[in-house]
Design a protein around this ligand. Structure first.
Ligand code: HEC
Length: 134
């Protein structure tokens, strides 16, 4: 009977120790686990998402989703849409683009009443990034 009790005590002590070890190792494991916000790289999800949506809605019918433009008939008018990915567009300054988008001209409508200056700026960033790899 005595030995039984002793064995029980030993089992209890061992259970206690292993329980302690377990929680200790759990703590170690828990330490490096990051919250989702920390694991996502900076700048994601997609910093261009809103500009891309604006482009798709307002610009793509003329400039194309790939920005390549070309000869198009829009609202019955023949337009020569410049390629945003090459040629002149590469040499133009951001200010030129901002001016063109804001005021329009030569077949392109003005967007100053439709888009905020911030949205126009983001569109220029999108064009530089998406179409010109800058
Ligand atoms: C109705 C068709 C049309 C729409 C819609 C349109 N554009 Fe244009 N876009 C043009 C044409 C045509 C030109 C060339 C104007 C010229 O010859 O000066 C142009 C020129 C540009 C240029 C200057 C390119 C260069 O090489 O100088 C930029 C930048 C531009 N558009 C961006 C946009 C953005 C951004 C939008 C949407 C907010 C947009 N466009 C919507 C027709 C359009």
């Amino acid at each position: 009977m005595k030995i039984c009790t002793l064995a029980l005590v030993i089992v209890c002590v061992m259970l206690f120790i292993s329980a302690c070890n377990k929680s200790a190792s759990e703590n170690v494991n828990r330490a490096p686990v990051r919250t989702p916000a920390q694991t996502a790289p900076a700048g994601t999800p997609d910093q261009f998402a809103s500009a891309r949506a604006i482009f798709k809605k307002n610009c793509a019918r003329c400039h194309g989703e790939d920005g390549k433009g070309g000869l198009k008939t829009i609202d019955g008018k023949k337009l020569k849409i410049p390629d945003l990915t090459a040629g002149h567009a590469l040499g133009h300054f951001d200010e030129d683009f901002i001016k063109q988008i804001t005021k329009g001209g030569d077949g392109m409508p003005a967007f100053k009443d439709k888009l905020t200056p911030q949205e126009i700026k983001e569109l220029v960033h999108l064009i530089r990034h998406e179409f010109q790899g800058k």
